[in-house]
Design a protein. Structure first.
Length: 259
């Protein structure tokens, strides 16, 4: 009897949070998963949770050449990649008194250009094979300008636009692209948030929804549904309604008046 063909995935930001949970979800289905991030010890921890199926490939996604070499190493060690989830990201809140250009540059380097580096590294092999699926992890914070997300939100808006733009050419070549827009997920990134996070999900539920969306080959995989629809509705509002409603929703107006 022939063994089932090996399915190989690469997840950046696979050392914790959504990336780690998705690596485990894929491993449960028998996928070979390469996980990348900067902290080797967290990657080894992820790999240790599904021995022989999850493999650590430490990487800083801002290093264009290293991303290319890593993609090649994964293919030569594990086999042709069918799925790449470009998920590595950072998120810091910006207030007017900590507005530094360097913070904005760092967010663009990791969240946006880190994904672009990944796509550049993947394209030669995927184009040669006319197959493969690239999933970009953005955020519902990319739908519209939300308070304190001035450094983070634009990187996610840029990713949504990037995925929409690339879809036209990629689909013609047989390569799928998806954009994942999560709401609040309980991960190290949100652990320090000191404000109510509506519809907060755990990382396993987020990974399950993402996994199902990937299997269904959806273009947009956004969750949790109620929060997504609320923010999509906000996206349609004229400014005269959007600013007061979002201000009230987040309590930012009240906080500002009281300093
Ligand atoms: N949690 C949420 O509520 C939420 C909501 C919407 C979207 N998202 C998005 O979901 C993705 C995953 O975030 P998460 O919530 O799971 O947070 P997380 O646990 O902090 O995961 C972020 C991952 O990115 C990696 N990373 C950061 N900078 C990197 C770099 N320069 N090179 C390589 N890897 C890097 C981190 O590992 P190292 O630090 O070791 O490199 C970590 O593995 C992010 O893109 C985030 O923006 C999260």
């Amino acid at each position: 009897m022939n063994a089932a063909p090996k399915r190989v995935a690469w997840i950046t930001g696979g050392g914790s949070g959504i990336g780690r949970a998705l690596a485990l979800r894929l491993a449960r289905e028998g996928w070979m998963v390469a996980v990348s991030a900067r902290r080797t010890e967290l990657l080894q921890e992820t790999a240790g949770l599904a021995k022989d199926l999850i493999h650590a490939f430490p990487l800083d996604v801002t290093d264009t050449a290293a991303v290319r070499v890593t993609a090649e190493r994964i293919e030569s060690q594990l086999g042709p990649l069918q799925l790449a989830v470009l998920n590595a990201g950072i998120g810091e809140f910006v207030k007017l008194d900590n507005f530094h250009a360097a913070t904005f540059a760092a967010h663009m380097q990791v969240n946006y250009l880190g994904v672009v580096n990944g796509i550049e590294a993947l394209l030669p092999a995927l184009r040669r094979r006319h197959s493969g699926h690239i999933v970009i992890v953005a955020s519902i914070a990319g739908y519209r300008g939300v308070p304190r997300a001035a450094a983070y939100g634009p990187t996610k808006a840029a990713l949504i636009n990037l995925a929409e733009s690339l879809r036209f050419d990629l689909e013609r070549e047989g390569i799928r692209i998806s954009i994942c827009n999560p709401g609040f997920v309980d991960t190290p990134m949100t652990a320090g948030n000191r404000f109510p996070m509506p519809f907060l999900m755990n990382a396993e539920d987020a990974a399950e929804t993402l996994y199902r969306g990937i299997m269904q080959q959806k273009f947009e995989i956004a969750f949790p549904r109620r929060f997504v629809w609320l923010l999509k509705l906000f996206r349609c509002l004229p400014y005269a309604l959007y600013f007061p409603i979002m201000g009230k929703f987040t309590g930012i107006n009240r906080r500002h008046r009281h300093g």
